[in-house]
Write a protein that binds this ligand. Structure first.
Ligand code: PAF
Length: 278
């Protein structure tokens, strides 16, 4: 494994070594098994995998969130080291990527951005798209790996690649869960033991939603979910919706489209998201 703090150094090394297939796994660090699964998949499909570790300021709409985002580079490097030699970590300072203009580009993602995370976190996807495009331009990976837990992010990045005609294959990777079903997330670390014990209710509820398919309409299921979470005092539901996987728009008629159920909630003030194929 090699660690670079400057993209120029990484690219010079890449050119000197005549590196062919490069996979990219963009992360914000605080790595868990979900990230490591992406890296393992990328290693199985590429000669070299670049793992970027960078907490991107432009995707935060809350300065406290940004300030409190865990920065655990040393332990992240230890975890990556166990996965093999062909990993190049890129852990830059802001100036190495953004120069002096630390701001988002203006993208038009239409309705894809207007819903769910885009609606609840102002400017979030503009910041995500900006940093991901920068990483694509700097490292020119053949493939880039993203988890389906952030399903809307995955669709936004696919739209970015199509709209900007970026020659990279976006590889979606299934959600990695703890044994009790909770989707892996850096935010889980903020849950205290009581909250952590409650958290599996999210996936249990999504599984119940799937079991209702064909028996109840999406509206009836949404109504049931709203009512269900009203009776969970520790949980503040932010949104639940059953949507077309491609457009991410709410559907009332399943009619052969690929659909997913999406949920976001706060548990003791910690914001958690999850989704399931419906
Ligand atoms: O999913 C994340 O961790 C971030 O949004 C990403 C893709 C690394 C961009 O900062």
């Amino acid at each position: 494994m090699k660690v670079f703090y400057h993209s120029k150094e990484l690219n010079a090394f890449k050119n000197n070594n005549n590196t062919k297939a490069v996979g990219l796994v963009p992360t914000m660090g605080a790595l868990h098994e979900g990230h490591l699964t992406l890296v393992k998949k990328a290693l199985s499909e590429n000669d070299i995998v670049i793992v970027s570790i960078y907490v991107n300021p432009t995707q935060f709409d809350n300065s406290n969130d940004l300030k409190n985002y865990p920065k655990t580079l040393d332990s992240d490097l230890l975890k990556l080291e166990t996965l093999g030699d062909n990993i190049w970590v890129y852990a830059p300072e802001t100036s190495d990527l953004y120069g002096k203009q630390v701001e988002s580009k203006g993208y038009d993602f239409g309705l894809l951005e207007a819903t769910m995370e885009g609606a609840h976190r102002k400017g979030h996807f503009q910041g995500v798209a900006t940093i991901v495009q920068l990483l694509f331009e700097v490292f020119k990976p053949s493939k880039a790996y993203f988890g389906e837990k952030d399903f809307q992010q995955l669709q936004i990045i696919s739209a970015l690649v199509a709209n900007e005609k970026i020659p990279v294959t976006v590889v979606p990777c299934p959600i990695v869960r703890h044994d009790d079903g909770l989707a892996m997330s850096s935010r889980n670390e903020h849950l205290n033991s009581t909250q952590r014990a409650i958290a599996p209710i999210i996936f249990e509820t999504l599984q119940k939603v799937v079991a209702l398919k064909g028996k109840s309409s999406p509206e009836q299921i949404e109504f049931w979910i709203l009512d269900f979470f009203k009776h969970q005092p520790e949980i503040e539901l932010e949104y639940f919706m059953i949507a077309d996987e491609k457009s991410l728009q709410k559907i009332s008629d399943l009619n052969g489209v690929q659909t997913r159920a999406f949920i976001a909630l706060k548990l003791g003030g910690i914001r958690l998201i999850d989704n399931i194929k419906f």
